[in-house]
Write a protein that binds this ligand. Structure first.
Ligand code: SF4
Length: 351
């Protein structure tokens, strides 16, 4: 059979890269850095971020930003349950080295503490900021400058602590900062008391969600968080949506978080947080590979002294029981620091 030049070219294309351009060895391909782009930057490139900021700002007129749904007009200076004005109030900002290791890295998590709160738990460790509203009112432009300052200090992310009631300001500031060079991931560090509709508005803006899931029972939520009996139900819906948007936690080649969901759960005395129900829900509803931080640092703070069942720290046994439940239900991505605490407690118990 005659083999023409045309046949040669055709067969070469059919053989494709395997013959003419052998595949890059996996090790080399892995080493090649892929440019990571923050979610909000992609949304801006699609021309959608400005519209999202506008849409968010209209929520101030009849404030429905959180499940409290106060309906006050914050544009006109009215204040709702959170007592927050229309301008953002911040207490402090700095590189934070006490957060989860994958957020902290070598240079810290660029944390911004907002004043006021829409949940107001009676055991809050930041009560002067969240209950008493200590802090300073600033403009969205100032907030953008704070974000850029944290980035220039080398922080790996911008970590908004208690962002719910200032979400429109955050969106506006993000767009302003983006135009001036912001490029690191945004961390939405929330109590979890979020409306599903509001979390949907954050789709394509937030790269890392860091919600609490504090209680699994309505009566506990109502008792310890200013009547928020709907907390377990609305928070579970919000977290499912966060998981849909960003998936399980992804790290870069240096182990720094770049995208995904990280859930915090504080173990409380006398099983007040419903930890067994919590880990079961995560394992059965989200993914067993969901990053979960089961925290041992409950302290009696603020008004918790008035509630005898939570007026003490947790015991080692209570923490070990919580970690055992996490293992029993098959969670595979537990915070390394909580695993270390578990190992210390086990070691002490067996000596
Ligand atoms: S953000 Fe504040 S004013 Fe708005 S609904 Fe929530 S608690 Fe009320």
């Amino acid at each position: 059979m005659k083999f023409t030049r045309r046949d040669f070219i055709k067969n070469s294309f059919l053989l494709g890269s395997s013959a003419l351009f052998p595949p890059i060895p996996v090790s080399l391909a892995e080493k090649k850095e892929i440019k990571w782009i923050a979610a909000y930057e992609k949304l801006e490139m699609e021309g959608k971020l400005a519209q999202r900021v506008k849409q968010a700002y209209t929520l101030f007129e009849n404030c429905q930003l959180c499940p409290r749904k106060c309906g006050v007009n914050r544009q006109k200076g009215e204040k709702g349950f959170c007592r927050s004005p229309i301008k953002p109030m911040i207490f402090s900002y700095h590189p934070h080295f006490g957060e989860e290791l994958s957020l902290v890295g070598g240079k810290g998590s660029g944390t911004i503490f907002f004043s006021n709160c829409n949940l107001r738990c009676i055991f809050c460790q930041n009560w002067p900021i969240s209950h008493d509203g200590k802090g300073k009112e600033i403009q969205d432009e100032d907030l953008a400058d704070v974000m850029l300052r944290l980035q220039s200090m080398g922080c790996h992310n911008i970590n908004f602590v208690t962002p719910t009631h200032v979400m429109p300001n955050i969106l506006n500031a993000t767009r302003i900062a983006l135009k001036k060079g912001l490029h690191i991931p945004l961390v939405y560090n929330t109590s979890g008391y979020e409306r599903l509709e509001i979390v949907k508005m954050l789709d394509g803006i937030i790269d890392i969600y860091l919600p609490d899931l504090k209680y699994m029972d309505a009566d506990k939520a109502a008792k310890y968080s200013a009547g928020a009996s709907d907390y377990p139900e609305v928070t579970k819906k919000a977290i499912i949506e966060m998981h849909r948007q960003v998936g399980v936690l992804k790290l870069d080649h240096q182990g720094i978080a770049i995208r995904g969901l990280m859930i915090r759960h504080l173990v409380m005395p006398n099983r007040a947080a419903g930890t067994e129900k919590f880990v079961k829900w995560v394992a059965e509803t989200l993914s067993k590979n969901t990053y979960v931080n089961i925290m041992a640092q409950y302290r009696v703070e603020y008004k918790a002294y008035d509630y005898p069942e939570i007026a003490r720290g947790i015991t080692a046994q209570e923490f070990l029981e919580a970690m055992d439940w996490a293992e029993k239900y098959g969670l595979t991505n537990l915070d390394p620091q909580s695993v270390a605490v578990k190992n210390i407690y086990y070691h002490r118990r067996s000596n």
